[in-house]
Design a protein. Sequence first.
Lengths: 567, 341
Amino acid sequence: MDHKMIAKQFLITGMTMGLIGMVMSVLFRLQLAWPEQGFPILERLLGKWAPDGVMDPSIYLALVTIHGTIMVFFVLTAGLSGTFSNLLIPLQIGARDMASGFLNMLSYWFFFVSSVIMVISLFVTSGPASAGWTVYPPLSALPQAIPGSGLGMTLWLVSMTLFIVSSLLGGLNYIVTVLNLRTKGMSMTRLPLTIWAFMVTAILGVLSFPVLLSAALLLVFDRSMGTSFYLSDIFIGGQVLEHSGGSPVLFQHLFWFLGHPEVYIILLPALGITSEVIATNARKPIFGYRAMVGSILAIAFLSFIVWGHHMFVTGMNPFLGSVFTFTTLLIAIPSAVKAFNYITTLWKGNIRFTPAMLFSIALVSTFITGGLTGIILGDSALDINVHDTYFVVAHFHIVMGLSAIFGMFAGIYHWFPKMYGRRLNKSLGYMHFWLTFISAYGVFFPMHFLGMAGLPRRYYTNTAFPMFDDLADINVLISNFAILGAIAQVLFFFNFFYSMFRGPRSVQNPWKSNTLEWTTPVEHIHGNWPGEIPEVHRWAYDYSKPGMDEDFVPQTVPLQAGEPKGH
Amino acid sequence: MNTFLVVLVVILAAVAIGQVVRVLELSSSVSGKDPNAVTDADNNRQGWYMMIFLVGMLAFFLWNTYDAWGTLLPKSASVHGAEIDKLMAISMVTIVLVFFVTQPLLFYFSFKYRGNSQRKATYVEHDNKLELLWTSVPAVVLAGLILYGLSTWNTIMFKAPAEDPIVVEIYAKQFGWNARYAGNDNQLGDAGVRNIAGANILGVDQNDSKSMDDVVTTELHLPVGKPVLFKFRAQDVIHSAYMPHFRLQMNCVPGSVTQFGFTPTVTTAEMRQDPHLQAKVENINAIRNGRGDEPYTFDYVLLCNKICGSAHYNMQMKIVVETEEEYNNWMREQKTFAQTL
């Protein structure tokens, strides 16, 4: 029930799911680069779905669906937020544990069961859910439309329902803990940016996940009780269905009301971790602390009123398109503030390139690159021609997938000593970073061009259209980088598990960091601090402060005579 | 047996790496140093890698652009598409400029301020002027892009309906398309899935007098320069009618009718003469020739761009844009709905 143990459970489960999601991506990249060519590994892994090693079109769709679901929810929501909110909230605010240790434990076990069900769904005869991770009905509602919409989709819905329960239990707990259990002196403006990010993320989750639950419930009703929330006027398999009067677009509204905040549920914790890692390793205060908090709040607020940009071409009233274009492009402003503040934090710093720091800098790079293409996609007029093409795939993988996973890696490298009392191997970390970073851009950068050539996403093969034949080379390049990137993760997994047991022991504060978690003993104890909870006297970012002996001043050090009060 | 060997090799390799790492760590802890502490030499090396990466990334960007240029879509073949292309060009130039300013700053600062144990960082908390600058400049640039984008969107979506557009229904089902022309009265007859029977695959209402002159086809022919109003319907799941050459896309949603108005400006024959497209087709045919495939002749095409089932990847309809005379000749050869009954 200890929050540190729950954090580790979230991490290991998230990493396991991440491994599954990554292997899936390699499998469908094999298909995309070398269609019609048989790969024994596909036959071994997919069995009847890949006769002679060539995968079947339905299983291709199942793979992209489950890859998306696992990465978005299981790795980058639960794996990222679950791990670091649990680990850091009590430690960084000076609390002995979460407000409710029991709810916290429930949150993990709901997540665990939900993961198990999602994995089980891979083994049902009719295949797992295959309607895309956004599970738009009617495709997801009708097994006649695609086999994965049978039992596979039912399991998907059950799994996601449990997932939402887990996320709500966790989120409420995080909010209450941050608001109520801060130690003496830890005012809101002294909180490390990690905690701000985790708290705002939890608020987003609490407000938006219930809407996904309602969307899922209505889908369950349509699927098994004959209601018509999303279904109307359908002729399939030679007969007309009874359903009448529903609208599939309603589902999209409900889905994206969660779906867009979800992007920031994924991204904000990564940005929070990056703020902390960059400040610590640049040995400089994070530039513009208040602006950083303000931009987190602004992004969070805006994230609720932009969902329609996923739906510009659904036929909804074009006036709504105009409104959503306006609100969507506004997000670029707080995002630009964050990007420039990160860059300025590096300016005149004294940068220590730990693997965590490298991943954080990489995050800023991908956040900028992916954010910029958002300006294209958020513009309704431009979206008409690149909507649902590889341009979108490139955009969201870079801005959300890569940024968030880099944030997660940064967090793991930075707080590994806190979690396991040991150090990760530095050289393996460097190798892991460079291979990952290079292959990440190598995979997703060229995809922009595929999109601008008009190539739709979720195509099992592009050979049905001769006009796409000249894109085959680019697809081979992308797949090669994808395989390289996947192999690079072997270094990480090895480093992680090896160092967990055999790594050199860590000292109490290996990064010379200011925040409270490094004042706890290396060995985990229940309650975190053996004696009194320390009192906080300053903000978390007094790095390289003039007049101090060391280049860091932990938050527990009282103000010195003559030191201005500041934060 | 093979599986067993592979597993064995993987395990042995892991053990081997583990031992090497162990030896390295032990040897440096014997010399009294923390093997995982970041040294000045590390900072120096990683700082240089940052610079090398920056150069490599920008070079990759440029090479990619150069390499993929010929594969991009040819010039737009519709009136509104030209507007979209202009907006796209301006937005692209803007974001590429920002990319080429911010990425070098990020990696150059990482390199320039790489750590050194002799040095201390400069303590800077914030600077209101700077922060105001990078709040207001993006705000102004975005305001420009938003205004331009919205005015383009409004002309595409809200422009006064052209007098007498040719009304064509685009009908989507797993996994194919049909077109239904409104016929001489230029009014589509009522239709619904409940009327589907036998040859009446689109569910056209036989009791509606407007239906009788409707024309159902498997190819989409359009006269150049004439406004067209598409009405989209879907029979089973959501599809998306995507015509990249016209910069046109609209979802086809079961239970409702969506629409998109546009005017094609370039005939298929004219487009085949476009130099960019000719180079692209030549390149494609070189590739196809190498594989022993039939040569490819360019045609406009309608694709499905919303996941709709296992054959989603192969749901297409040929589009022909031609002179009005050719169009009328083609239309005369088609059977009306009444004739097919």
